[in-house]
Design a protein around this ligand. Structure first.
Ligand SMILES: [Zn+2]
Length: 314
């Protein structure tokens, strides 16, 4: 079926074959260094899998190729619209400018006939100044390939509220945003992200642990970007059957299905849907509902949403 993907990281979704070719290392080694072959003990361990792909993402040509290949992989999953995210500052080791990083990624995406937009990630471990640069970049490219900002990185070490000032600026500048919360950190991080006026939460699944969080999500029509395989890989749940997606869906919480990091988790979106169907008996109508919610929450204009909805239902 046709799908929308709202939560996929570029650096976590580089084909191992491409890493092998660009860094001139053995394919098996590239695979081992970029994919988890077991559950990580923590988000921190999971995050170590990004070092190798990032090494291959330091030139214009490589960024262009990697962006293009991700768009091709999304097409193979019957994705009709994707919001791809990445942190521009992670690609400056070879003296590229932030503008060159963004334009290279956009060029790569535009080579593939798929509607895509970028979300620029501020990082929890970055300084205020650096994250402010991301915010300014988003403003500069807003609706020219970039549609929003995000806050990524290790949730447990850096609470959402540390970034209040940045989101206040984003709100004032009319830059849409989503915030990673409620994965490594508990439900209070979801509450805090909503209080910072986020309309979408990256993961957010641990809201299930708090009535207050669930109430807020409902009242404020918040959409959760759920990435089930990723939550297993970071050891939030040890089997899919324990994942709260079905429970959240049954509570009529706006849940959407995403991969997060295709390479790190060694998964496609089609495989994600298949395992969810096998585990929770989701029907095509259930999946259709989640994709409608994804369109509703996409960082695009009402007219584009209408067009996308027609395409989804065709
Ligand atoms: Zn993520």
């Amino acid at each position: 079926m046709k799908k929308i993907e709202l939560h996929v990281h570029l650096d976590g979704s580089v084909r191992p074959k491409t890493i092998s070719e660009l860094l001139n290392i053995d394919l098996k080694e590239a695979f081992n260094l970029s994919c988890l072959d077991h559950q990580a003990n923590s988000l921190k361990e999971y995050l170590t899998k990004f070092a190798i792909p990032l090494k291959a993402m330091q030139t214009k040509e490589n960024l262009k190729r990697i962006a293009k290949e991700l768009a091709q992989d999304l097409l193979k999953d019957d994705v009709i619209y994707a919001e791809i995210r990445f942190a521009p500052h992670k690609h400056l080791e070879n003296n590229l400018s932030l503008d060159e990083v963004i334009t290279s990624v956009l060029e790569g995406l535009r080579e593939v006939p798929l509607k895509t937009n970028l979300i620029l990630c501020m990082m929890r471990e970055y300084s205020f100044t650096k994250n402010l640069e991301v915010l300014k970049l988003a403003k500069k490219y807003l609706n020219k390939g970039v549609v929003a900002i995000d806050l990524a990185g290790n949730e447990a070490l850096y609470p959402v509220l540390n970034y209040q000032k940045l989101f206040t600026i984003a709100k004032k500048e009319n830059i849409p945003y989503t915030i990673h919360a409620g994965e490594a950190d508990g439900p209070e991080s979801v509450i805090n992200a909503i209080n910072l006026k986020a309309k979408r939460i990256g993961h957010g699944i641990r809201a299930i642990e708090s009535k207050e969080a669930l109430k807020l999500i409902k009242e404020q029509n918040i959409t959760l970007e759920v990435c089930p395989k990723s939550n297993l890989d970071t050891n939030i749940y040890n089997t899919l059957s324990k994942h709260p997606l079905l429970n959240l869906y049954q509570k009529n919480i706006h849940t959407t299905i995403n991969t997060d990091n295709r390479t790190v988790s060694n998964i496609t979106l089609n495989e994600t849907y298949q395992t969810l169907k096998d585990t929770f008996n989701f029907t095509t109508d259930d999946f259709l509902q989640m994709n409608k919610w994804a369109i509703e929450a996409a960082f695009i204009s009402p007219k584009e949403k209408q067009e996308l909805l027609q395409l989804l239902l065709k």
